[in-house]
Write a new protein. Structure first.
Length: 518
């Protein structure tokens, strides 16, 4: 059972592991895509902020040679540019381009009222004396690192880049599409681009934190899935453990109570089926033991009688001629019981095959009535035949059907008093079959005996002599023969008012019986 639990758990874990991996990979991919999108949007925003400073720088110097040299040599500088407004007292506007010692190039737009601002040469500190610093509040600068800055001529040939191998090369169409043109007098004088696709330290830390969170949540999910799977496998295997224990108890003959049904699924249905099977097996074992005891009991009586007769002959109390009749009766009864037992064993082994043939019921029942009427009249009973005029012809084994009805009539004659009536009735059924009944006005059967009336060796009155009550196998044989015809047999009775056996036979029996005839 532990192996089953492990197999069940191993089959469950992949179902929990695959969604965790899928969610982790999708989350990581979406995070990287969103981060790249943010980087791209930030790059576009920064390019838009840097272009005015580069345009102002080109307008002031006529080329980017000084800027390129300063950036390559990592020489800090500050370049400022002012555009006075025609309407006074509107503040003057301009841009400041700053390259610091950390390799960061910054473009700062501003508004101020200072009338002049001296712009120092490249490499000299700017004289921003008189600038209204408070006027810079709320202004968003644009910046770019030296290692991501790319400057090209109008045709896309690289003039400035941290990658020396790119200088003099033409940018790809994709990079040019993301670049921003630097325009002077409505002419493109250069192009500015930023190298993106490489995460900086902060972005790498963010992705590392995300990976850690995914690993932690995935590990926790796996532990939770393992615990849940272990609990579920225990719940699922509990009915199987109970069934296993029930099978062992049943094999040892220690079956005392049915197994508890703890679930309402297929395992619960399996437990219920096992309980029914176990109950049927116990019932069959009980019946087998009872049958063996009944056979031993029924054999003991005639054997004892025969032994007494032999002893009486030996002692001279009676002659062999006098004991012959009694011995013949006991031998005939034993022979009949042996024949019945053999017939039942063959039917249990499905070794009886019916010889089906068309049976005209009117003629068949008339001949059966004539045969048994003589016995009934000799015992003082009245046997009558009550049949409908439109009885059908059915497919049946006439010999076996005669055996069934003869057994019922014989039982009725033996369990009625002198002058009682026994009626053999027949009428057609709606589906083309027939309903046969043997009804008597005899002593009846107690209600508690009706459920067992077809059990083997069961006799209502066990105190009755075996020659009067029969072997207890006749009704069992009759029931099996009727079922072999595809029909059913039932009994109804009232104490002191009689008993009725009803047989339904279909027009065409569906047989799946044996291969060997009796």
């Amino acid at each position: 059972m532990r192996l089953f639990r492990r197999q069940l758990l191993l089959s469950y874990l992949p179902l929990a592991l695959l969604p965790v991996l899928a969610i982790g990979l999708v989350t990581r991919g979406v995070a990287e895509d969103r981060l790249m999108l943010l980087i791209s949007e930030d790059s576009t925003r920064r390019l838009r902020g840097l272009v005015p400073c580069f345009e102002a720088y080109y307008a002031a110097h006529g080329s980017f040679e000084p800027l390129i040299a300063a950036v390559k040599n990592e020489q800090p500088f500050i370049h400022s540019e002012v555009r006075p407004e025609t309407r006074r007292p509107v503040p003057q506007r301009g841009h400041i381009l700053i390259f610091n010692e950390n390799g960061l190039l910054t473009c700062l737009p501003f508004n101020f009222r200072q009338n002049r601002l001296r712009t120092p040469p490249i490499g000299q500190p700017s004289d921003l004396e008189g600038m209204n610093i408070g006027a810079l509040a709320g202004i968003l600068p644009a910046a770019a690192r030296r290692d991501e800055l790319i400057l090209t001529d109008p045709n896309g040939i690289v003039l400035l880049s941290a990658e020396s191998s790119l200088i003099g090369q033409t940018l790809t169409a994709e990079v040019l599409r993301r670049s921003a043109p630097i325009v002077l007098n409505k002419q493109v004088v250069a192009r500015l681009a930023l190298a993106i696709g490489i995460f900086d330290e902060g972005q790498r830390q963010l992705l590392s934190a995300l990976n850690g969170a995914l690993v932690l949540s995935g590990g926790f999910s796996l532990l939770a899935a393992f615990g849940l799977g272990w609990w579920m496998s225990s719940r699922l295997s509990q009915p199987i453990r109970a069934l296993n224990e029930g099978v062992r108890r049943l094999a040892r003959g220690e079956w005392y109570a049915p197994l508890p049904v703890t679930s309402k699924n297929e395992l619960g249905e399996l437990t219920q089926a096992f309980n029914r099977m176990a109950a049927e097996l116990i019932r069959q074992q009980t019946m087998m033991r009872q049958m063996v005891a009944d056979i031993a009991h029924d054999l003991r009586t005639p054997l004892s009688t025969m032994a007494l007769e032999v002893e009486a002959i030996e002692a001279g109390f009676q002659s062999p001629e006098q004991a012959t009749q009694s011995l013949r009766e006991e031998i005939a009864w034993l022979q009949r019981m042996v024949d019945d037992l053999r017939l039942l064993s063959l039917m249990d082994a499905d070794q009886i095959r019916l010889q089906l043939e068309p049976v005209p019921l009117g003629t068949f029942l008339s001949r059966l009535h004539d045969f048994w009427r003589t016995s009934a009249e000799e015992s003082g009973r009245i046997l009558t035949l009550e049949v409908a005029d439109n009885l059908p012809t059915i497919q049946a084994d006439a010999m076996r059907l005669r055996q069934v009805l003869g057994n019922l009539i014989d039982n009725a004659l033996r369990h009625t008093k002198t002058g009682d009536h026994v009626r053999l009735q027949a009428q057609p059924a709606q589906d083309g079959g027939v309903l046969l009944r043997v009804v008597d006005s005899g002593e009846g059967i107690p209600p508690e005996a009706l459920p067992r009336i077809f059990d083997r060796f069961y006799r209502v009155d066990r105190a009755r002599k075996h020659g009067e009550s029969g072997s207890g196998l006749g009704l069992s044989i009759a029931k099996r023969l009727v079922e072999m015809h595809g029909g059913t047999i039932t009994v109804s009775s009232q104490l002191g008012r009689g008993t009725a056996f009803s047989i339904y036979l279909p027009p065409q029996p569906k047989l799946s019986l044996a291969t060997r005839a009796l």
